[in-house]
Design a binder for this molecule. Structure first.
Ligand code: 13P
Ligand code: SF4
Length: 357
């Protein structure tokens, strides 16, 4: 039963003490978040993995790419555990190394490899945190960088200082929304279809490209629509609409603000009592915010439920199982990035950390 599981988790956690730290992403269900020592967005969790050096095990309640990042940033004496190995990210799975390498080869053929008079290389690869360690390593190897939704514009500025254009993967929406807000015209942001020559674009379009966008998307955030925002404005005049930048461009344009999960949290915390918020992000987070900040009216833009099905795969039963494994001296579901990949991926991650103010 739920009570039994809760008691088992609490007991294992108490016995393990400082030997374990449990990290939880904002999108985790409440039944899991209640046990987390630290809850945050993907950037904050990566930092937590880097700084929580006292624990021998980091139990990561999130998805696979986050656990990989935690493994690469944490100490060599620490093991990172993903309670359910099936907790992946469908967006991260939309870009694999062979397809990105094939795209890169085409871009090199198109633009060459020589820097321009200002020393800017033809293309800088930028990968969203929501990607495999192999793609982060690709960026590390080719002068590129990682970004999260909380720092994408700072990272793109870094890239434009060093490159004539950017290849952005896997999330087309974060790439488009961020570059558009920085003033890049839409016609300079071609989508890259890995199954077609020139990504399905004409030579003229590729000649003018500033940001080449991979065709990935988040299946949760693509559900939000302009119609939902219009309806919220009719039902709640004065409503403040905040959406995650993984939403399609029209939705971000129709919203009042767009920002990462931590941005959304901070906006709610800073608002005067009695504010009404319509939020375009994952339902577990929105429902928790509504419960934690009863002085406001907070609801999800999507009236039909929109959980991230892979985040949801971290069930308390798996958490109990891995914690009890640690008590027996067994490290279950460990996530280990091979060192030859991790070396290059860390370069791209460290570039992100160094680029931030
Ligand atoms: P954040 O970086 O805002 O935590 O988002 C991660 C994510 O997976 C959003 O879908
Ligand atoms: Fe991936 Fe979307 Fe889930 Fe985030 S919400 S983990 S991008 S599928």
């Amino acid at each position: 039963s739920d009570d039994e599981l809760e008691a088992r988790i609490l007991s294992a956690k108490a016995k393990l003490g400082d030997r374990v730290v449990i990290l939880g992403h904002f999108y985790q269900r409440d039944e899991v978040v209640q046990f987390a020592d630290f809850v945050g967005d993907s950037f904050q969790l990566a930092n937590a993995a880097k700084t929580r050096t006292e624990a021998e095990a980091i139990v990561f309640c999130g998805v696979h790419f986050m656990a990989e990042t935690a493994d690469m940033l944490s100490g060599s004496h620490q093991s990172v555990i993903l309670p359910n190995l099936a907790a992946g990210c469908s967006m991260a799975d939309m870009a694999d190394l062979p397809s990105v390498e094939a795209c890169w080869a085409e871009l090199e053929a198109l633009y060459g490899t020589e820097p321009d008079a200002d020393g800017r290389v033809p293309v800088i690869p930028v990968t969203y945190m929501n990607s495999s360690a192999a793609l982060k390593a690709f960026c590390g190897k080719h002068g590129g960088i990682v970004c999260t939704s909380s720092n994408a514009s700072t990272v793109l500025e870094w890239a434009f200082e060093r490159g004539q254009r950017v290849l952005f993967f896997p999330d087309q929406h974060l790439g488009r929304n961020t570059a558009k807000a920085m003033g890049v015209p839409l016609e300079q942001m071609p989508l890259w279809n890995p199954r077609m020559p020139l990504g399905g674009n004409t030579q003229e379009v590729m000649d003018a490209a500033k940001v080449v966008l991979w065709q990935g998307f988040c299946s949760v955030h693509k559900r939000f629509t302009v119609g939902q925002i219009e309806q919220a404005r009719v039902d709640f005049p004065g409503v403040r609409v905040i959406v995650h930048p993984e939403c399609p461009m029209e939705v971000v344009d129709a919203a009042d603000e767009a920002g990462s999960t931590d941005y959304i949290l901070k906006a709610i915390q800073a608002a005067p009592d009695g504010t009404t918020f319509a939020i375009g992000t994952e339902i577990n987070m929105v429902n928790r915010l509504a419960a934690q900040y009863p002085q406001h009216t907070i609801f999800c833009l999507d009236p039909v439920i929109c959980p991230c099905s892979t985040m949801y795969r971290i069930h308390p039963g798996y958490l109990a199982w891995v914690l009890e494994g640690l008590l027996r001296g067994e490290v279950l579901n460990q996530i280990t990035v091979p060192e030859d990949t991790a070396v290059n991926a860390r370069i791209a991650l460290e570039r992100m950390l160094a680029a931030l103010p």
